[in-house]
Design a protein around this ligand. Structure first.
Ligand code: ADP
Length: 168
């Protein structure tokens, strides 16, 4: 029997990528034939790491997978899905408040493109509290982030956070 190849999109800011993101990607890589990780570059959003930096970090982490590709995208995610021929959009959920936001987002996206289905993947319990914003704050204050992000990301974070945010 011939089965259609299943290509999924995993969009996000990944500012920076965390072990929580990687866990979702690793689990989904066993379900889908191909995963397109889409790094959002929203001009109205302020990021700690530039799109190029986030791309570099993610690209390096994904090097070991031959069914995962990393992209930067500055338009609607559903437009990327149509371009890439992806019918599934993966979103990770940690707590109930994530679900509320993600549910609304999935309805918005469904309104924009009926043929793209959002699939929610619940976090594995050990990644429950991992949030890029909290990890950045911890790094800025010198806290131990070594079990929250890959070593390469921790190095980049320490370097970025040791610089003054604004010149006096
Ligand atoms: P966005 O700005 O699009 O929310 P993020 O980089 O914060 O981008 O997150 C990308 C996706 O990964 C979102 O669906 C988010 O809920 C999910 N995610 C983030 N951290 C975790 C985690 N620790 N466990 C599971 N999913 C997560």
């Amino acid at each position: 029997m011939l089965t259609a190849m299943l290509r999924a999109l995993y969009p996000g800011s990944f500012d920076p990528p965390t072990n929580g993101h990687l866990n979702i990607i690793q689990r989904c890589a066993r379900i889908f034939d191909e995963i397109e990780v889409v790094i959002a570059d929203n001009p109205n959003k302020h990021y700690t790491f530039s799109a190029a930096e986030r791309f570099e970090m993610m690209q390096q982490l994904m090097r070991a997978y031959d069914n995962i590709t990393v992209h930067i995208w500055d338009r609607l995610v559903v437009e990327f899905a149509a371009k890439a021929g992806a019918r599934v959009m993966i979103r990770g959920v940690r707590a109930l408040q994530d679900f509320e936001y993600e549910f609304e987002l999935s309805l918005l996206n469904k309104g924009l493109n009926q043929s793209v289905e959002t699939i929610f993947v619940p976090t594995d319990p050990q990644y429950f509290v991992l949030r890029s914003s909290a990890i950045k704050e911890l790094a800025r204050l010198g806290g131990d982030i070594s079990n929250m992000v890959p070593v390469s990301v921790a190095d980049r974070l320490r370097e970025k956070m040791s610089r003054p945010l604004r010149e006096a």
